[in-house]
Write a protein that binds this ligand. Structure first.
Ligand code: FE2
Length: 302
């Protein structure tokens, strides 16, 4: 069997506003559009990924929060209706997700046996999948023709600190990479998180009124631009080193561990990432970024 590989890794944030703005049939509420800068960014990401052969999408979402270990969706299919708890007016989405259980189990096994990370498979057929997973899946692959591996966010940041969270997520990233290589599959891995995450506390009368949309503060803008500068200049190591300050000061969604996991699974890339888009949603900073790993030693020749 040829060695598997991570062919690309992406920062793929999940604000439900982006699905709402596109009016897909799965989502009940209707909109007049909005957040086009980010939606065009996702169009560019989809176009780019369409040219990269891959079998599976692997997602880590900060909204599936587990306090004892890391969990993985462990059944072939999950169906249901997802209502965003904060924005039920924008997101009431009927989902139908196919899971690559074999690869999910392989990553969990690798993480447990090689890195001593407690892991568990979610095998309750009525489990309600979190909206972060659903929104990122929809925006990256709206036709849902690839199976998913869905990984929970172990809240070690809340129980301990950003440093402990990051150490565990770096291990989980290495386990993810190694299990994918052993699987023979080509995977795109997705960290489903925003950057700065200080948001407005009220919504405008028309949610998609773009005259009301901007970053919440200059400090948040500076942090987002600093992180983007690191990404597009191949400085993953600097991002990991600055993660504690970034996460604390910009209330970033990197607290869920996805960003650290992604950079670790990509081997702390020193090559430039592609910035497909940046924009704000209710004041939070969101970047759509791709690391084209297949061009940089991610491809196995055997
Ligand atoms: Fe979120």
């Amino acid at each position: 069997m040829p060695r598997g590989q991570i062919v690309a890794g992406c920062l793929a944030p999940h604000p439900p506003h982006l699905v709402y703005a596109e009016n897909p049939e799965q989502n009940e509420p209707r909109s007049e559009g909005g957040w086009e800068q980010l939606r065009w960014g996702y169009e560019r990401l989809r176009e780019s990924l369409s040219k990269i052969d891959h079998d599976v999408l692997v997602i880590l979402s900060p909204h599936w929060q587990t306090y004892v270990g890391t969990h993985f969706l462990g059944l072939d299919n999950f169906k249901g209706k997802s209502v965003d708890p904060v924005f039920p007016n924008l997101f009431r989405y009927t989902y139908d997700l196919d899971i690559d259980v074999e690869l999910s189990q392989a990553i969990a096994k690798e993480a447990m046996e090689e890195y001593n990370l407690p892991c568990k498979m979610m095998e309750n057929p009525d489990f309600r999948v979190d909206y972060g997973t659903i929104v990122t899946s929809h925006l990256v692959n709206p036709v849902f023709d690839k199976p998913l591996v869905v990984i929970s966010s172990n809240r070690s940041r809340h129980y301990y600190s950003v440093e402990v969270m990051q150490e565990m997520m770096i291990s989980l990233g290495k386990a993810t990479k190694s299990a994918i290589e052993k699987s023979g599959k080509k995977a795109v891995i997705l960290a489903s998180n925003s950057l700065s995450h200080r948001h407005f506390t009220t919504e405008s009368d028309i949610p998609e009124d773009m005259s009301k949309e901007h970053i919440t503060s200059h400090a948040m803008h500076l942090w987002d631009m600093r992180m983007i500068d690191h990404m597009v200049n191949g400085r993953a190591k600097d991002i990991l080193n600055e993660m504690p300050e970034f996460t604390e000061q910009s209330i970033a969604e990197s607290d869920g561990g996805g960003f650290s996991w992604l950079l670790s699974a990509l081997d702390e890339p020193e090559y430039p990432a592609i910035l497909h888009g940046y924009g704000t949603i209710i004041g939070t900073g969101n970047a759509i970024v791709e690391w084209p790993a297949y061009k940089h030693g991610g491809v196995a020749d055997e």
